[in-house]
Write a protein that binds this ligand. Structure first.
Ligand SMILES: Nc1ncnc2c1ncn2[C@@H]1O[C@H](COP(=O)(O)OP(=O)(O)OP(=O)(O)O)[C@@H](O)[C@H]1O
Ligand SMILES: [Mg+2]
Length: 270
């Protein structure tokens, strides 16, 4: 069975993309056939893994996730919808494949208004290709619009990175309820893979109390390991490198530790 993981939080800037890219990188380096899907119109995961010029050529020739979801004007000259094997970029960073994103995803909710199966399009696009992958990681935008809905509807698990400041912490319970209600409506089963404390050390009032409160409220749902705010992590994204290749052993050990703990929770051995 292919494990499909949605990285979600309604809050922005909590480290969803950093974890998506570096978790995918960890999986690939440890021999898992890994696909990263960038579902965020901000295209941050895409540009954390490949160069802008390379993306520019690829999006015109091969298409992006916007084609898979059926965003407006995303069709080839003969009017055919692109399929996953067209849009995938092979063997990035530690060896994962990527479905890159596109800015046009910003309006996909409007483009698909009134269209059938709006939240089931990624699942449908992935269907025939899942046998090629052990794990699929979906990086989501900070909201619950159509791209995130597609990720959740396709996924077996979701993971919630949380930055331990007051405003980030108050949304976790709401998010869990929203995901549960959405999946109930779709009759789709999904498991919470874990809550990951991320960007720990960013200036925040009462940080220690917030961490204690999150661990107290969500218990074993919170991973033991956590990710500290470290400058090399942000630089890795800017340089389209993985944290593994940035020469900061503490950052690498943390991302490796969180990734290993997630895989153990999914029951995947590497
Ligand atoms: N552990 C970390 N240490 C330092 N910087 C980090 C860390 N994790 C993420 N960042 C940086 O913080 C910023 C936000 O992180 P990231 O893009 O991963 O968050 P996000 O939740 O995906 O945001 P969005 O909701 O906008 O998609 C980025 O510049 C990223 O490089
Ligand atoms: Mg992001």
């Amino acid at each position: 069975m292919t494990h499909i993981i949605a990285m979600v939080n309604l809050k922005g800037g909590v480290g969803k993309t950093a974890l998506s890219v570096n978790f995918a990188d960890y999986c690939a380096r440890n021999g898992l056939k890994t696909l990263l899907v960038d579902l965020d119109p901000q295209t941050n995961a895409t540009f954390s893994a490949m160069g802008v010029e390379e993306w520019d050529t690829h999006k015109d020739k091969n298409g992006t996730v916007a084609d898979l979801l059926g965003a407006r004007d995303h069709k080839s000259a003969d009017g055919q919808r692109k399929i996953l094997s067209d849009v995938v970029v092979k063997d990035l960073l530690g060896g994962f494949d990527l479905i890159p994103s596109h800015l046009d995803l910003f309006t996909v909710d409007l483009d698909l208004a009134g269209k059938p199966n709006r939240e089931g399009r990624l699942k449908k696009a992935l269907k025939e290709y899942l046998e090629n992958y052990d794990i699929v990681v979906c990086d989501c935008p900070p909201n619950l619009t159509i791209p995130t809905q597609n990720a959740i509807a396709a996924s077996t698990h979701y993971v919630v990175p949380v930055s331990p400041d007051f405003l980030s912490a108050i949304g976790i319970a709401l998010l869990k309820t929203r995901v549960a209600d959405f999946c109930d409506d779709l009759d789709h089963e999904i498991e919470l893979g874990g809550i990951v404390l991320s960007r720990v050390g960013r200036p925040a009032r009462k940080r220690a109390e917030t961490i204690a409160s999150i661990r107290g409220s969500f218990g074993t749902e919170v991973l033991d390991q956590q990710l500290t705010e470290r400058v090399r992590v942000a630089e890795a994204a800017e340089e389209a490198k993985s944290v593994h290749d940035m020469g900061d052993s503490s950052a690498r050990e943390e991302f490796d530790g969180v990734s290993a703990e997630l895989l153990a929770r999914f029951g995947i051995q590497v």
